[in-house]
Design a protein around this ligand. Structure first.
Ligand code: SF4
Length: 227
């Protein structure tokens, strides 16, 4: 499989935010979100076998712990990433899969926590979510919407209501997008949508979702990779 990087940090998003986590970042993505902060994954990387990735994970976090498979879009390498997830589960790792949900998810092992990033209009990649994937979501999964405008918020709110997401998954997350060239200040000034404004909308509408901030961008310089 083609891997951009493996490293250990704190999980920055989802209900697992704040926990130590090994990240396995796969190379390649078929989308081009306007605010993407992972463009360095679009090409390059190095070839590794599934066993080599497993051994790197056990070096970084011996004997278990949290592992996130991310990218890029990891499901583009389904043939290798599904066996990798099974091996990690066999070795007692808690496995998170971060995906856009553009590719079918039915082959993902049931024990894996899927964190599905449904694209909103201002990402430039609206309507890419494979709607049949709703049937693959379980009570351990999470659905995330990265928002950069009021239009994105309304899309997320309506999608959540129409598909009764709060009853299907563990958490629905509304997260303000960060500027992709953000650097320096570790605060919400880099958010494309003011978290306070988003909070006020969510309270007014009583949406069954939680506001998520990208924790790692408040701990380290937002420009820093490998954290
Ligand atoms: S799906 Fe993820 S990696 Fe791909 S362009 Fe969008 S934000 Fe970037």
């Amino acid at each position: 499989m083609q891997i951009t990087e493996t490293y250990k940090s704190l999980q920055g998003e989802s209900t697992y935010a704040g926990l130590p986590c090994v990240f396995v970042r796969l190379t390649g993505c078929n989308l081009r979100c306007s605010w993407c902060d992972s463009e360095y994954t679009f090409q390059g990387g190095r070839k590794m076998t599934v066993e080599e990735v497993l051994s790197e994970v056990s070096r970084l976090s011996p004997g278990g712990g949290l592992v996130e498979i991310t990218g890029g879009e990891p499901m583009l390498q389904e043939r290798e990433v599904v066996p990798l997830m099974k091996l990690l589960l066999d070795e007692d790792y808690k496995v998170l899969l971060e995906t856009s949900g553009e590719r079918p998810l039915e082959k993902v092992p049931a024990e894996v926590v899927k964190i599905v990033d449904v694209k909103c209009p201002d990402s430039g990649e609206a309507d890419t979510f494979h709607i049949e994937n709703l049937e693959s979501l379980t009570a351990r999964d999470e659905v995330k919407f990265v928002l950069s405008s009021r239009a994105d918020y309304e899309f997320a709110r309506e999608f959540t209501q129409r598909h009764n997401l709060a009853a299907r998954v563990n958490a629905v997350l509304f997260s303000p997008a960060f500027r992709k060239d953000a650097t320096g200040a570790r605060d919400s000034s880099h958010c494309l949508l003011d978290p306070q404004e988003l909070a006020e909308w969510m309270i007014a509408d009583n949406v069954p979702a939680r506001l998520g901030l990208q924790l790692h961008k408040f701990i380290w310089d937002p420009a820093l990779k490998g954290v």
